[in-house]
Design a protein around this ligand. Structure first.
Ligand code: GLY
Length: 387
């Protein structure tokens, strides 16, 4: 694992990468044999995407897929820097929102690629948040049995989670993310500057996944977050570069250990998510953003672990306090605990009808627990009083 040095409250990734002129980025390598790839994180590095692509692969044709929120902000610059490297560039802008992650839009995009004369050497560039990354990734995984993919995530959630690790896919009407593939990108370029154009609520929602990494894998990182709340809330580019690089390194370590979710280890990334998916489903994906639901789900999971004495109430409180000070909700929505429980039973981690949850043992360490009693779950769904 790449070591992280801590200088007071500064968290510095060891690998720095110099981009000319006068621009540095942090490089994280995802080591997956022939599917290995670099992630670059830095401020304003969108202008370097063309150089980064041509130095990583032989690319003469790119198809940029973006959405109606991100396209007006960043498509022109992205297109220009690719063309500056001599590439032929086509672009498609889909409407913003989860409904585009669906078969009708996938079909439109496959047909657009035919119209653009895409071939096996074409590179698909996903420019946007998690929806665009998953949809464009699915197109790259399936068109002509697989094209190279470059992820340029522009939301915090996509930067620390969905753009890394190769999960791509679309939704079915009845089930989210049900049709998809593991298709690793060839390159990920994360420009922290794009976070400044993200609506504040979405930015804060993404912070739930950031806190998650501290709880599941890295107590020192959790402490770093506790000490840097004002800078995080100010979207300070230097702090955000350190934080996102650290999250990507931690996620890369998990993906390297269990790329296709075969050993079960990758499931630790779903800490808080079994509760969260139930909250999102039962509120019809309208009142809670994904990260908000995850923050509440993590609080429920931590309370459940504390109630079994496998997690200290002090550390449980530190998690709740950090989520709250970052502006995240921690109170379960007003839903019937029995409906939540019924919904949680559809989770992919259920085996032989037995609910299995990722629960914290201490900050930086979690465990997959298989003997969770339904009564323990309904108990933590009551409004929070003390922690
Ligand atoms: N977002 C969870 C994973 O990539 O496995």
């Amino acid at each position: 694992m790449r070591r992280v040095k801590q200088h007071g409250h500064q968290l510095t990734e060891v690998a720095r990468f110099r981009l000319k002129p006068a621009m540095t980025a942090t490089r994280i390598d995802v080591n997956l044999g022939s599917r290995s790839y670099p992630i670059f994180v830095g401020d304003q590095i969108l202008t370097k995407v063309g150089e980064l692509i041509t130095s990583a692969m032989d690319a003469t044709h790119a198809v940029v897929i973006t959405d109606s929120n991100v396209g007006p902000l960043y498509l022109e610059i992205c297109q220009r820097v690719l063309e500056d490297q001599g590439m032929r560039v086509n672009a498609v802008t889909v409407p913003a929102g989860e409904t585009t992650k669906s078969l009708p839009y996938a079909e439109q995009l496959w047909n657009a690629l035919v119209d653009f004369h895409a071939d096996r050497k074409t590179v698909v560039v996903a420019l946007g948040g998690g929806v665009v990354g998953d949809l464009a990734g699915f197109i790259a995984a399936t068109f002509a049995r697989g094209l190279r993919l470059v992820q340029i995530p522009t939301s915090l959630l996509a930067q620390v989670d969905s753009s890394v690790g190769g999960k791509v896919g679309i939704n079915l009407e009845k089930a989210k993310n049900m049709v998809g593939a593991f298709h690793q990108p060839s390159l990920v370029v994360i420009d922290v500057g794009t976070l400044r154009s993200l609506p504040q609520r979405e930015y804060i929602s993404g912070l739930a996944e950031v806190v998650k990494y501290g709880v599941i894998l890295d107590a020192q990182f959790f402490e770093f977050l506790e000490h840097n709340v004002p800078a995080i809330l100010n979207v300070d580019p230097a702090i955000l570069t350190s934080i996102i690089a650290r999250c990507c390194r931690l996620k890369a370590d998990v993906v390297e250990a269990d790329e296709r979710e075969e050993t079960g280890y990758r499931a630790i990334l779903n800490y808080g998510h079994t509760f969260a998916h139930a909250f999102e489903t039962l509120t019809n994906y309208t009142s809670l953003l994904h990260g908000e639901a995850v923050a509440i789900g993590m609080t429920c999971a931590a309370r459940l672990a504390a109630s079994r004495n496998m997690f200290s109430s002090d550390e449980c409180k530190r998690q709740t306090d950090l989520l709250r000070v970052l502006g995240l909700p921690t109170e379960p929505p007003n839903l019937s605990p029995h409906d939540v429980l019924a919904c949680m039973r559809h989770d992919k981690k259920v085996q032989h009808g037995q609910l299995r949850l990722i629960l914290p043992k201490r900050l930086g360490q979690v465990e997959l627990v298989a003997d969770v009693d339904p009564g323990e779950i309904t108990a933590v769904l009551a409004p929070l009083q003390t922690n």
